[in-house]
Design a protein around this ligand. Sequence first.
Ligand SMILES: Cc1ncc(COP(=O)(O)O)c(C=O)c1O
Length: 463
Amino acid sequence: MKNDSSVAALADALRTDVRRLNPGERLPSSRALVERHRVSPVTVSRALGLLAAEGLVVTRPGSGAFAAERPPAGGEPADLGWQAVALGDRSVDPAGVAGLLTPAPDGVVALSGGYLHPSLQPARALAAAAARAARRPDAWELPPLGGIPELRAWFARTVGGAVSPADVLITSGGQQSMTTVLRAMLPPGAPVLVESPTYLGVLAVARASGLHPVPVPVDADGVRPGLLAEAFAMSGARAFYCQPSFHNPTGTVLSAERRAKVLDVARAAGAFVIEDDYARHLGIAAPPPPLIAQDAGGRVVHIASLTKATAPSLRIAAVIARGPVAERIRATQLVEEFFPARPLQETLLELVSSPGWARHLRAVRAALRARRDAVRTALARELPELRVNHPAGGLHLWVRLPDGVDDTALAEAALRAGVLVSAGRPFFPAEPPAPHLRISYGTAASEQELAEGVRRLTAVLRS
Ligand SMILES: Cc1ncc(COP(=O)(O)O)c(C=O)c1O
């Protein structure tokens, strides 16, 4: 984050300098820029790369960077009005997802976001795994379709039950998996049942695919099976998307009794269960086995992503399914994207096969436990009127605000006060029953920063 902002600041300064130069004139050397702007050589090279990509400078290895020829001044802006007519009334709303992926501004404590803070990511192990993967002679060749066999076997073993490597399809991360699965299984216009609240990214995917998310409420034990049965009957839906372990945003784990009931209800409705197991490796307490391990009838389509336990750009996951639905999902992936990049598949395989993998997971779980407890303790001390959940895994606290508080306005005020939190409203497919905040404890730099975040949030709530 800091790095990106220093690159942007240097690029801004250099843009002004370049405009003062004649085409072909040389910019100061990289070393001079490092000294003048007190930044690292990497920052200089990335800022120059940005300007080169914008066509403002030309870099010549060994000689330096030079002001580029200026393009002729543009005339009137083009009239693009015809596009609105050609595109029609369909639109894709990226706001919620973009919010999750936009880093907190400098100086703002990030208590929102979907990934571990870089200090908790296995950066060194990943660099070593990527280096080993890239050295393989076939690293850039076509991968075996369906994914590298050893990686498919690793996912099958991790899930357990009767799952075999042949049931595993390697995919390009959890979000892409949800898109592929929903588009493969359901035609535009179809209903899809979702927990309420649910991960806002699945709402975005469903809506962008022309599907209608139908809410089914969750309580402290997960989704309510009686209401699930009613929702199937009323909507005629053929699929239910859920997160039975460390549900985002509420942190709930579907109880053992309800796991069996959910499968029964889906069976009675002749429907599939799409199980998003996004946080299996972030369990402070071990989660129960996934639903698919309990399913002999090919009813569960399981999505296992590893970005949450590793790093956001290790965009590899698996979809596990059996029977015609597996064929349909495989065919859809092949047609839409061919296959996930082989170097990334190889990198993940190297990482999870290395002796450091278990050590990394132990360290992350211990850090998440300490962070969760620190934030809960601070909230209980400073804001005893809030009801805060006690998640056994994942990255987030789910906080019930007092009635009448506008969670969207509160999150905006918190940002102005220097702390980024998520309003609860976008996690609900329809009207929320009460105001909530999602507070992430895995995204800040340290426990001190978490404490500062709670302090700032307290000041906003008190005012
Ligand atoms: C519940 C859930 N599923 C899936 C994803 C997608 O993650 P990725 O595409 O990085 O695997 C997220 C990310 O926030 C999530 O919270």
